[in-house]
Design a protein around this ligand. Structure first.
Ligand SMILES: [Zn+2]
Length: 234
């Protein structure tokens, strides 16, 4: 966990009384890569405050192709839309990297948000930021080059994982970006040539974060859901 303290940022933002009330209703869980929290159409019975690890919300098309819509780590919550009203999942919520979360039953969460407005507000603020990120993503997917988008995506993984290296197969990156494998391969080779990353046998190492940031499109900064910067120790 170098550089990032474990713990969910939304829970940490609450005062002690609200935080204790929420945590008393939660169960700690661990998840492995590939773990599916919700499939499209599933009723959202539980909400997950992610403490470490990375979860992707993935749109699944009828032909089986997938593309990531948002990435969630310790700054956020999976299934948060169900905090106010009953919901079904639109996307597949799947763990990209192993981690842990605080899980709460939605009925309990709704009772809690009714009694404690600060809990409701912290989730609402996160969801509003996520909506802004989604709107930016629509432009990004249509207009920005694969290399820029890959750089943005790797920065987001790097922010959430905390370590310099992580395992990502080309197939996986291609399915997250909605691109062909060959396109992702070319983009990764180009980032490697610039010295930003090394990429070998599915293992990505961020060598030069500043170079990777320059390679990313503006959307990395525009998506302001991510507020880990001041939690970094470096
Ligand atoms: Zn972009």
């Amino acid at each position: 966990m170098d550089g990032i303290s474990p713990g969910n940022r939304l829970i940490e933002a609450l005062d002690a009384a609200d935080r204790d009330a929420l945590l008393s209703q939660c169960v700690s869980i661990e998840f492995a890569p590939g773990h599916i929290f919700h499939e499209p159409g599933d009723p959202i019975d539980h909400v997950f405050f992610i403490e470490h690890g990375v979860v992707s919300a993935v749109a699944v098309l009828q032909d089986g192709r997938t593309v990531e819509t948002v990435m969630v780590g310790c700054e956020g919550v999976v299934g948060g839309l169900a905090a106010s009203t009953p919901r079904h999942a639109f996307t597949r919520n799947v763990a990209q990297m192993a981690g842990g979360a605080r899980r709460i039953d939605v009925a309990r969460l709704r009772a809690l948000t009714a009694a404690r407005p600060a809990v409701r507000d912290v989730i609402a603020a996160y969801l509003a930021a996520l909506q802004a990120e989604l709107e930016q993503s629509a432009a990004c997917n249509a207009l920005h080059r694969a290399e820029q988008r890959l750089a943005k995506w790797l920065l987001r993984c790097h922010d959430r994982v905390g370590g310099a290296a992580f395992n990502l197969t080309q197939e996986y990156m291609a399915s997250m970006l909605g691109s062909q494998r060959t396109t992702v391969n070319e983009a990764a080779q180009s980032l490697q040539k610039s010295g930003a990353i090394s990429y070998s046998r599915g293992r990505i190492t961020v060598l030069d974060r500043a170079t990777l940031e320059r390679a990313a499109c503006e959307c990395y900064r525009a998506a302001d859901t991510f507020r880990l910067a001041h939690h970094r120790e470096d």
